[in-house]
Design a binder for this molecule. Structure first.
Ligand SMILES: Nc1ncnc2c1ncn2[C@@H]1O[C@H](COP(=O)(O)OP(=O)(O)O)[C@@H](O)[C@H]1O
Ligand SMILES: [Mg+2]
Length: 439
């Protein structure tokens, strides 16, 4: 992408409405535009990161055996009357009436709808296990939308729903999502710790929140620091096998709980030097709630014995749009964002120090073509801005590499390569720089 053809409205001033660093940086880097409280337009740069995050989530869901579909944002109120949640959900639900006076709502979550879809088609245990997910916008009319994408009213969520014949199979399905979550967040460069949690309005007994530690996090959390050292399951993890040992490692060995379920007495059993009290951002939550929806909504399956029973369900959410904020909170410096390679909007910022000069243009074009061929998605700053402004802009938007090409270096056969995360600079021939980036 050539910057002269792109839409990257950077802000010079720090917007006063932004209270936390990720919100400030997203606004300054031209990623996001507030259209109403908690409702945002995703500008091109923000949109690219959102898509990258979404794709990692999708790949790990698919790997764990979940199947993608897409449900609508608008739902019929009658569906929620069946589960009893239409009245329970309260003011957070955005209720809408259509021209035929039918009650609709903008979905805050999809347990009811997925249960309706399931019961329309599945009658027998032979179709199980089944896990269906989508990545779709949600609306919750939050009392206090704040911190940009962290607590929006409209936000993008991945929500998956598991269906199983009995509790043991349901727990195995829960474990598959649990492991997929560990992998998903690790791939984005995040350390997300599963913590015992309350299940809230979703219901059920078994629930974990996946929490990224950050000072600006909304919840207080308590943990044994040794949990931060546990290894993430690899790509070769066997989703067909027994995942209980992995889940037990992450849930049974070390204390980790959010404030809602915190038990000071149990926490006190952790050695004082290992005890951590911190704040955290919830990036995902898993629930197993058995027949909470399938019983009232009559989603029944027959077992091998021919007897019908309510299907056992779980649900599994990831805050896709919130993750942008969480990643920036975890990875930035005074100059701006530092994107982990896996979610960076562009892989390399290619900076021309003298657009219009034949040799510089030629070298930049060559680098641009080579980087594109490498799949590195370069953003080519071919504008007439001053070098200082170009460097500051690249630092702000946080691309992993900066490749700087100017007449003085070229005269000596070199370009400059900078790694954003470390600030390390190398003066090397273009071919060498391309080789380093391509590693
Ligand atoms: N208002 C919001 N803005 C952005 N992301 C949200 C919001 N509410 C929930 N999420 C994300 O969606 C995930 C699943 O939501 P869920 O656990 O059902 O919501 P909550 O934790 O608010 O009860 C959360 O872990 C969080 O990452
Ligand atoms: Mg939650």
């Amino acid at each position: 992408m050539r910057l002269s053809r792109y839409f990257l409205p950077l802000l010079k001033e720090t917007p006063s409405e932004a209270q936390i660093v990720s919100h400030r940086l997203m606004l300054r880097a031209g990623m996001l535009r507030q259209e109403a409280a908690g409702i945002y337009a995703w500008l091109p740069l923000g949109h690219r990161v959102l898509r990258k995050i979404e794709e990692i989530v999708r790949q790990e869901m698919d790997r764990a055996g979940a199947v993608e579909l897409l449900m609508p944002t608008l739902q019929l109120a009658d569906l929620w009357r069946e589960s009893g949640r239409y009245d329970d959900y309260g003011a957070e639900m955005l209720r809408i009436t259509d021209r035929h006076e039918r009650d609709l709502l903008y979905g805050p979550t999809n347990e009811e709808m997925i249960t309706e879809i399931f019961r329309a088609y599945v009658r027998s245990y032979k179709a199980l296990p089944l896990n269906l997910y989508h990545i779709q916008w949600k609306f919750r009319d939050e009392q206090r939308p704040r911190f940009g994408v962290m607590r929006g009213r409209e936000f993008l969520m991945k929500d998956a729903y598991s269906f199983d014949l009995d509790e043991a199979a349901g727990k195995a399905a829960y474990n598959r999502m649990f492991v997929a979550y560990l992998r998903t967040f690790a791939r984005m460069g995040l350390k997300a710790i599963p913590m015992q949690a309350e299940s809230g309005p979703i219901g059920g007994e078994l629930s974990h929140e996946f929490i990224v530690l950050a000072q600006t996090g909304e919840s207080a959390v308590y943990l044994d620091r040794r949990i931060l050292e546990l290894p993430t399951p690899g790509e070769d993890v066997d989703y067909g096998g027994d995942l209980e040992p992995i889940v037990a490692d992450w849930t049974g060995r070390y204390y980790a709980a959010t404030e809602d379920v915190h038990d000071p007495e149990r926490f006190a059993q952790t050695a004082e030097t290992d005890r951590v009290t911190a704040r955290g951002i919830e990036v995902g939550q898993t629930f197993f709630f058995g027949d909470k929806y399938s019983r009232p909504m009559k989603a029944l399956v027959s077992g091998p014995d021919g007897v019908d029973r309510p299907v056992q369900m779980g649900s599994y959410g990831i805050g896709v749009s919130r993750l942008l904020g969480a990643i920036i909170e975890a990875s930035h410096d005074d100059s701006g964002i530092i994107w982990p390679d896996a979610v960076a909007p562009f892989g390399v910022g290619l900076i021309s120090l003298r657009p219009g000069e034949v040799a510089v243009d030629a070298a930049c074009e060559e680098a641009y073509a080579a980087l594109t061929a490498l799949g590195k998605e370069p953003l080519y700053d071919d504008t007439d801005d001053r070098p200082g402004a170009k460097f500051a802009a690249m630092d702000l938007i946080g691309l992993p590499w900066q490749l700087i090409i100017g007449p003085r270096g070229l005269a000596e056969g070199t370009v400059e390569l900078k790694r954003r995360a470390t600030g390390e600079r190398q003066i090397v021939p273009l071919a060498k720089a391309l080789e380093i980036i391509g590693r």
